[in-house]
Design a protein around this ligand. Structure first.
Ligand SMILES: *[C@@H]1O[C@H](CO)[C@@H](O)[C@H](O)[C@H]1NC(C)=O
Length: 295
């Protein structure tokens, strides 16, 4: 945790929130392969100001056009990453290291030791130095995340890092403190927030957090890029329906619209509406069956 005086200073740097639509070249998608191809269309609107995406993979999705792809070495793989990235030059400018190496596989982590990660880094990522910018492994925001990263930096002799991706799920004060902690510890590194959200809170709290956070991240020079979690439908979200950029029907929610920098009012998450539709359908089927028996 930060000394509270430093936290206060960080909070005072908060810009006042304007209600104009905001856009930022820092914004990207944490792109999850959708079950619904129509989702792509909403998220890849030509009017969107988004610039980049990653998908926890080394190769881009054919369906995604108009956004810079950032390859990730997700886990402990065969030695193919260098060749896969090299084949995408000069379109690729950045690569990402392991996703949540400090977390278990069942929550999307890669569960590797700092020593094993350092070995893989030297083999699969360091050779790309100079051709692309190298992002350190993205640890979780759990208390053991930064210690994992420090052990990894110690173990990875001769390695170099151009930026540090981090993750955050929680309230704004916690995010400001977390960012400040990383910035104070690694003052020469740019930060990317590659997973970001306030999980499982109501719509008002989610939207307030979204606006405050987006404005804050846009104002910080040491934050190079960020990606809101997430680019999926409300009914399949694992962080609660309110942070989703798409409704259960695949239309942009308020957060989806604001994130893309578009005007208008968004669809409600629709998780409740889907339930009502199913009940109406069941009712209609019951009526039809009943009518059939009577006649
Ligand atoms: C969030 O910001 C958008 C503009 O980007 C604005 O239209 C909206 O009213 C704001 N919502 C809240 C809850 O502050």
């Amino acid at each position: 945790m930060l000394p509270s005086s430093l936290l206060l200073t960080l909070l005072m740097l908060l810009p006042s929130i304007s209600h104009a639509q905001t856009t930022s070249p820092k914004r990207g998608l944490t792109y999850l392969t959708p079950e619904h191809p129509n989702d792509d269309k909403a998220l890849l609107s030509a009017d969107s100001s988004l610039t980049w995406y990653y998908s926890y993979k080394s190769l881009p999705d054919a369906a995604v056009t108009g956004l810079e792809f950032v390859p990730m070495l997700w886990g402990d793989h065969d030695n193919t990453f260098v060749a896969e990235v090299t084949s995408q030059l000069p379109n690729v400018k950045y690569v990402l290291g392991f996703n949540e190496p400090d977390m278990s596989l069942d929550v999307g982590g890669t569960a590797i030791s700092p020593e094993r990660a350092a070995f893989l880094w030297k083999r699969d990522i360091q050779p790309l130095k100079g051709q692309v910018k190298l992002g350190a492994p993205a640890v979780s925001s759990a208390e053991w995340g930064m210690p994992w990263l420090k052990s990894f930096f110690d173990a990875c002799d001769g390695c170099s890092f151009d930026f540090i991706p981090i993750h955050w799920y929680g309230n704004f004060e916690g995010l400001a403190s977390h960012l400040g902690h990383y910035h104070v510890t690694f003052p020469d590194q740019k930060l990317w927030i590659t997973e970001l959200g306030y999980a499982h809170v109501d719509l008002q709290a989610t939207e307030d957090f979204f606006n405050t956070t987006i404005n804050y991240l846009d104002s910080l020079d040491y934050v190079e890029r960020y990606s809101w979690f997430g680019a999926f439908r409300a009914d399949v979200s694992n962080v609660g329906p309110n942070g989703a950029m798409l409704s259960a029907d695949g239309e942009l929610t308020n957060i989806g619209l604001w994130y893309l920098g578009l005007e208008g009012s968004g669809a409600s998450s629709g998780a409740a509406a889907v339930l009502v539709k199913k009940m109406v359908l069941l009712g209609a089927m019951g009526f039809a069956v009943g009518w059939g028996i009577l006649c």
